[in-house]
Design a protein around this ligand. Sequence first.
Ligand code: ATP
Length: 447
Amino acid sequence: MSQAKMEDIISLCKRRGFIYQGSDVYGGLSGTWDYGPLGVQLKRNIMNLWWRRFVDERDDMYGVDAAILMNQKVWQASGHVDTFVDPLCEDTVNHRRYRTDHILKDNGVDTDGMTMEQMDAVIAEQGIKSPDGNPLSKSRTFNMMFKTHVGATESEDSISYLRPETAQGIFTDFKNVVDSFYPNLPFGIAQQGKAFRNEIAPRDFVFRSREFEQMEIEYFVDPEHWQEAFDELLAATHEFLAELGLKPEHIHELDVPAEDRAHYSKKTIDIEYDYPIGREELMGIAYRTDFDLMNIQRASGKSMEYTVKGTNTKFVPHVIEPSFGVERALMAVLSGAYREDEQNGEKRVYLALPEHLAPVKFAVSPLLKNKPELVEKAREVYAALTKANPGRVMWDDNGNIGKRYRRQDEIGTPYCVVIDFQTLEDGTVTVRERDTTEQRRVKVEEL
Ligand code: ATP
């Protein structure tokens, strides 16, 4: 897919009420996005499916919803205060700031495993300039956490951060969940919610945002059995991605080599997807050993040990972490579903969304909106369908039928239901299918 395609998707998202620039009316706020009525439904459908598969349908998973603002000790112990940084360099003429690794990547240099000093050396050797053609400064580190203060007095003690990941809320609640439920190992704690990163250069639509949403699991295991848990969660991840309608040929596993992994991780697989912007990370799954719980144990002075039921065996569990970004899943869904074809000599744009994800499942309309008997019957069908599919049925009587079909195609509605004069005679309606554009007559009860 070309860059133009990404622009087509962005423009469709805005035009049809999926995603708008955040604070649009005031000229926007870079890296923030607002979900419109269709976007919020699509996003919820993705998040609810994930919750159903990874939490509700499993008896080894526990859900939590931790606070976004946490005690600053959380981020000191986790290492985020010291090391959650990106390398930043500056155009020495206009002072625009860039992520050094992105500048190098855009110039065809693979920066995996490189230190900041090595990146600066490559920039100097190759004479790489800023996108405006000016010399670049030496790099420095930039911490991506948004800092704030809690309470009316600002001091060192009142510092807090908007969480840059949901994972630490899970680790912080590990002991509470064990005390309340005492689950058998292995078990997982899952959380969905907002995360905030002050990205130096947000870009590529929602792919790299400053405020986004994550769906994360910390799956606690006996270190002897980490591999089985890792394999099972990886397989469940692939099943979930298939249910999002993503084609297997667009999904790639990157087994991250040791030199590119966090020092505590014994194995990390990044799932990459062929986005219109290129192959990029959709989610990651990492074996994080006991790094996080040990940090908490050290910093809090509270034991994070788990006692195996009916024994005296105690240890700090190890953890497998599948970490999904909602926006990146949503962008994969949208770009995988975007289609253009020709119908009766006219270009048509449609979203071939899986039925269970489409924000609108049925659009209902009377063939002619100035015929009260058709409108009345159509309202009846609309009410019955809405009862069975709350929030997923749209009333659409704007413009002629052809225009309604085009509009519904663009938002990915699988079925357009039209009530016409024959409906009044035999109780059948026309159901027009999005992908094939075929029309069938179906009895109202069969809908
Ligand atoms: P990247 O290297 O692309 O910045 P990351 O490796 O820092 O990502 P993680 O810290 O592993 O990302 O976060 C887990 C997941 O959260 C990512 O796989 C991605 O889906 C999502 N994510 C991370 N940063 C962003 C962002 N700025 N905007 C949207 N989603 C994000």
